[in-house]
Write a protein of this length. Structure first.
Length: 452
């Protein structure tokens, strides 16, 4: 076949045959099977994927293998770029469900998923750079159940994890009222499990938690150190996963960081898609406040909203609390307009707590770690790799992750590295501490110094 006749489909066919020889079939089916060869622009393939999250995940995790698969095809090397908005063929070509068509002709009473707040929908979720990937992955999982399985979302308190989980529940029952969705917190899972054992109704509990299409579990880090509960959750996970039922989990840590979680559960949780959701930036916080304000009759000036967004940055819940405090005061005291100075006075305690929480910064950690190991901060930020610099650099990265609310990408940016390097440091330091007493003592001393 000549180069002129070699189409984008032909090139991608060769590439996929090579990919299937190098990676596990499950990995191929989950990440590569649904890629659509769109067009060929000179030596660059345009490949269609469902969304930006899918594209970024492939670049971060499979860029090398993708590039290798496109080398030396009919004597030429090819590059690739992704284009979003292409549904998997199995979803695009799937005939419309007859039940849905009938429901469209005969409107039914709107179904509300159990245990979910009505305001927690995708429409009410403010998307910013800090949560864009988590939103895209969750939305895709809701649209194409089983494509990302399991989907594991982790991040600090008040970043929107619960909102996203419950959005999936709302989307599922609105798209198809017959969908069986179970949203449950890990604490509720524990309580229901214990009650089932006490009341000898364990089979009913298993039916309740497994006879579903979508399982949404909040705060799975609470499984830590609960051996019997982990056994039950492991079996539940396997039962649903083997039926290709969608599983979405949230936690405050990534799986490998949860102490007391069995390795087999860590492996299951990491087998699908893991994405972080971090504290929203100023612009996103301001947009959240403006949306929240729509629910209240009393409206605050944009100047006051900007003041709140600038000074309350630890969580969305605190933003909501600050807004509610001012609205409640204005309503109770019949105040027509609250100014910035009055807002500052009314929110004094919240602002003091926020200031205290921000005392530990990435810069301060870099500076103190450099001083402790008798090197320069510039060494930590350099590309130098001798042991006396590489290990302190990993310690600084590890402490930034453990002692602050900054995300992996944010910490990586501060060190001039990508997020994968930070994740690796967070895995390596605990291992080094378990083998090297001097390293354990150094990390412990530094951690105590910051906390005190």
């Amino acid at each position: 076949m000549s180069l002129v006749e070699f189409s984008v489909a032909d090139i991608w066919q060769v590439a996929t045959e090579r990919l299937q020889q190098q990676i596990h079939i499950t990995t191929y089916e989950q990440w590569f099977q649904n890629i659509v060869p769109v067009t060929l622009n000179e030596k660059a393939l345009i490949l269609g994927v469902s969304d930006d999250f899918f594209a970024d995940w492939l670049k971060d995790n499979f860029d090398d293998i993708l590039c290798d698969s496109l080398k030396d095809i009919e004597g030429s090397d090819y590059s690739y770029t992704f284009k979003s908005g292409y549904l998997p063929e199995k979803e695009k070509d799937k005939p419309k469900d007859k039940v849905k068509v009938k429901a469209a002709k005969t409107p039914k009473k709107k179904v509300k998923p159990a245990n979910c707040l009505s305001r927690h929908t995708f429409d009410n979720f403010v998307v910013g750079e800090e949560n864009r990937y988590a939103y895209a992955a969750t939305h895709t999982a809701a649209e194409s159940s089983g494509l990302y399985n399991p989907l594991y979302i982790y991040g600090g308190t008040g970043t929107g994890k619960t909102h996203l989980l419950q959005s999936v529940a709302h989307h599922a029952v609105e798209s198809n009222p017959g969908t069986r969705v179970r949203y449950i917190t890990c604490e509720e899972f524990l309580n229901n499990y214990v009650d089932s054992l006490r009341n000898k109704k364990h089979s009913e509990f298993r039916t309740f938690i497994r006879n579903i299409d979508i399982l949404l579990v909040d705060d799975v880090h609470m499984l830590a150190n609960k051996t019997q509960l982990q056994e039950e959750f492991f079996n539940t996970f396997n039962s649903l996963y083997n039926q290709n039922k969608q599983i979405i989990l949230t936690s405050d840590k990534q799986p490998s960081e949860i102490k007391g979680l069995e390795s087999r559960l860590v492996s299951r949780f990491e087998s699908g898609v893991t994405t972080e959701i971090s504290i929203p930036g100023f612009e996103t916080r301001l947009a959240i406040l403006r949306m929240m304000q729509e629910e209240h009759l009393v409206k605050l000036s944009d100047e006051v909203l900007q003041f709140i967004a600038k000074n309350i940055h630890s969580s969305v819940r605190r933003l909501q609390g600050a807004l509610f405090r001012l609205v409640a005061y204005a309503s109770a005291m019949s105040v027509a307009d609250i100014g910035v100075e009055q807002a500052e006075h009314l929110l004094r305690r919240l602002l003091e707590e926020e200031t205290a929480a921000q005392l530990i910064s990435i810069d301060s950690i870099q500076r103190v770690v450099a001083e402790y190991f008798e090197i320069h901060v510039s060494d930590l930020l350099s590309i130098k790799r001798p042991r006396n610099i590489a290990q302190p650099r990993m310690v600084a990265m590890y402490l930034c992750r453990k002692l602050t609310d900054f995300s992996f990408p944010e910490i990586g940016s501060a060190f001039g590295r990508n997020h994968a390097t930070i994740m690796n440091a967070c895995k390596q330091i605990p291992n080094l501490c378990s083998k090297d007493e001097n390293m354990r003592r150094s990390v412990s001393l530094l951690e105590h110094k910051f906390k005190s």
